[in-house]
Ligand binder design. Structure first.
Ligand code: UD1
Length: 368
């Protein structure tokens, strides 16, 4: 039986890496990697394939950026052709990006069963494009692989059969543990992030890491300035480093946001260089979904600059604090962490590096 594995945007690549590894060792399933082309710059795309050991995509669809409808439509047209040329027995989609939405719809309309990895997460925030992607994908998927109990509960509430929902843990954590182990054994001195760490250590200083790319935070001038003011205040006490997503980079310029001398701006980082940076940070400030979970998995304090999270286990059990976008609140939460008054963290059940193996075992049984 043949499975198409769909990946298109940066956070998809870490999730498919362990699934591909697990599929390689299964004799009953073959796979093809379909790259939708949603992310296309080298540092948003190829570097992850190289570093995470993902084989070259079997199909690369040069769809690129655009409005949501343009991007989704281009991916749908290209993926439909791909499925019609050679029909797979199942399509596996991960996460909640536009590629996830586009390819699940195409597969389902061709009566090809869909497996959704990281199913059931809900922020309840319909202004967030990912929430729409999650809801639509889950409304038509056949197998739901969940990372945390809240996701399983949402799917049940939405009427999915228990037999279709599998709480398997988190493939992104599989990848994280695998890569962290590799990082401990490689020479990192050439990383730009190592140079920053060395410079801080030489001055006896800790540091914090920022990532921001959610449209609700970075597409709006007032909000960018508001968050920027909190970050600058924090940077007076704790040097900050900010690997900047392309969307954020262009908006910082457009809105004339100057973050001052204590915040070091660098380009988007490859996986290892970024892990090398955040794993030793005093605090991570982010609006990413994945990083809330990765920091929980390694017990690094995390402050989420959003009003809600679709990953509540990171707050209930993990190191994550939902601070919203109010500058005073963000600053207060960072100070608590710096005064060692942060919370205790425990790694969630099944975040053990074996989620991909569980998924492949279930799919092999279901498809035979
Ligand atoms: C997408 C996902 C988001 C995920 C994020 C991680 C959706 C709805 N959003 O958001 O869930 O957290 O990826 O990065 O799918 N660009 C480049 N080079 C690239 C890719 C994008 O310069 O390789 C620029 C383009 O100007 C583009 C903009 O970034 O218009 C946004 O890219 P897009 O894929 O639309 O959304 P992201 O913000 O990356």
């Amino acid at each position: 039986k043949k499975i198409y594995i769909v990946a298109g945007a940066r956070p998809n690549f870490m999730k498919i890496a362990p699934i591909v590894r697990a599929l390689k060792t299964n004799n009953n399933l073959t796979y093809k990697i379909i790259h939708t082309g949603q992310h296309y710059d080298r540092e948003m795309n190829e570097v992850f394939f190289e570093e995470l050991g993902i084989p070259q995509p079997d199909t690369f669809m040069a769809t690129g950026s655009g409005t949501h409808s343009q991007q989704t439509a281009k991916i749908m047209i290209a993926f439909e052709e791909c499925c019609q040329t050679e029909r797979p027995d199942a399509v596996l989609v991960v996460g909640d990006v536009n590629s996830t939405l586009a390819c699940s719809i195409v597969a389902k309309k061709l009566s090809i069963p869909v497996a959704h990895v990281e199913a059931g997460l809900r922020s309840g925030d319909m202004t967030m494009p990912e929430e729409i992607n999650r809801l639509v994908t889950d409304s038509i998927s056949d197998w739901f692989f969940t990372t945390e109990p809240s996701a399983t509960a949402h799917l049940r509430r939405e009427g999915k059969l228990d037999s279709a929902i599998h709480h398997v843990g988190h493939v992104m954590v599989d990848n994280l543990l695998f890569q962290a182990d590799k990082l401990a054994r490689i020479d990192t001195t050439d990383f730009e992030t190592s140079q920053f760490k060395t410079a801080q250590a030489a001055q006896g200083k800790q540091y914090g890491v920022i990532t921001l790319h959610r449209p609700s935070n970075v597409d709006n001038s007032k909000m960018m300035h508001q968050i920027g003011s909190a970050l600058m205040e924090i940077a007076n006490e704790l040097p900050l480093i900010f690997p900047v997503h392309p969307r954020t980079r262009s908006n910082l310029d457009k809105f004339n946001v100057d973050l001052g001398p204590n915040i070091t701006l660098i380009g988007p980082q490859a996986y290892m260089a970024f892990l090398n940076l955040w794993k030793d940070a005093a605090v991570v400030l982010t609006d990413s979904g994945g990083l809330q979970e990765e920091t929980t998995a390694l017990g690094v304090p995390c402050i989420t600059i959003r009003e809600n999270t679709e990953r509540p286990i990171t707050v209930e059990q993990g190191s994550n604090v939902l601070a919203g976008t109010n500058p005073e609140r963000i600053i207060t939460e960072v100070r608590k962490i710096l005064q060692n008054k942060g919370k205790r963290c425990c790694r969630p059940h099944l975040w053990d590096g074996k989620a991909a193996e569980r998924i492949v075992a279930i799919l092999a049984k279901e498809l035979l």
